[in-house]
Write a protein that binds this ligand. Structure first.
Ligand SMILES: [Zn+2]
Length: 250
């Protein structure tokens, strides 16, 4: 009996701890979201979602990803690193020519240094200069390395002309951990909601599962009536920018 009491007590305590932790994370998200300087998803009733690819470009995977997107006339946002963009400018050029959005994911992809605002400013500027040199356009969206966020990072990005873009919490494919093509696909299509921002990776390791999963994801999303657009396009079409009476219903 005593054994049961302790088991119940420990379970209740862990639940409470977990609940408080989840609540704390939610309240930080709310606080950050209210500044208008960072987004996790976009408010819209239109059946649109934004696929995002981090850490590229990579000659082994990005061209196949672009081929799949072109097949479905889908648009996506590539959060590229300055280092990779400098190495593979032809892929960046192709992304831009095909109407894909190119966004800033720092130069070096360092985890710790991002909390230092001077260093982040330099990383953002270096990357933006490389992208502008190749495409003629400066990026306006930024994703912090590993999704790590604090006020300093958000403000540094904002003061340098960037909106910080995370991803929908129910749309973290964890494709970097190579969970299998089916799992990556399932993660996206099992709970797709209008305005979702979906995270995938086109570099930083073996991304062959991501490439194969993307074909399935696009096929299913389009069958369900979703359209894949860039993050900027989705923001432009969002409820907060386009007033309800002026929204065109298909
Ligand atoms: Zn990354």
């Amino acid at each position: 009996m005593r054994k049961h009491f302790w088991m119940i007590f420990i379970s209740l305590f862990s639940c409470l701890f977990f609940f408080q932790k989840a609540n704390a994370t939610n309240s930080i998200r709310n606080e950050y979201e209210n500044t208008g300087k960072v987004i996790w998803e976009v408010k819209t009733t239109e059946k649109i979602v934004a696929l995002t690819f981090d850490d590229g470009p990579n000659p082994l995977y990005t061209p196949d990803i672009l081929n799949a997107l072109a097949k479905y006339k889908a648009k996506a946002t590539f959060f590229v690193t300055g280092e990779q963009a400098e190495r593979y400018p032809e892929i960046i050029k192709r992304e831009a020519n095909e109407g894909q959005e190119i966004a800033n994911h720092t130069y070096n992809h360092h985890y710790k240094d991002d909390s230092d605002s001077d260093n982040l400013k330099e990383e953002l500027m270096n990357t933006a200069n490389i992208i502008k040199k190749i495409t003629g356009k400066k990026p306006t969206l930024f994703r912090p390395v590993g999704g790590y966020l604090n006020k300093q990072i958000i403000n540094t990005a904002f003061n340098n002309g960037y909106l910080t873009v995370l991803w929908s919490w129910h749309q973290d494919t964890k494709d970097w951990s190579k969970p299998g093509i089916e799992k990556i696909t399932e993660n996206v299509i099992s709970d797709t909601r209008p305005g979702d921002i979906i995270i995938l990776h086109d570099s930083g390791g073996d991304r062959s599962q991501t490439v194969k999963a993307l074909e399935n994801i696009l096929k299913i999303l389009y069958k369900e009536g979703f359209t894949c657009v860039t993050v900027s396009d989705m923001l432009y079409r969002s409820e907060s920018i386009v007033p309800k009476p002026f929204q065109v219903t298909p």
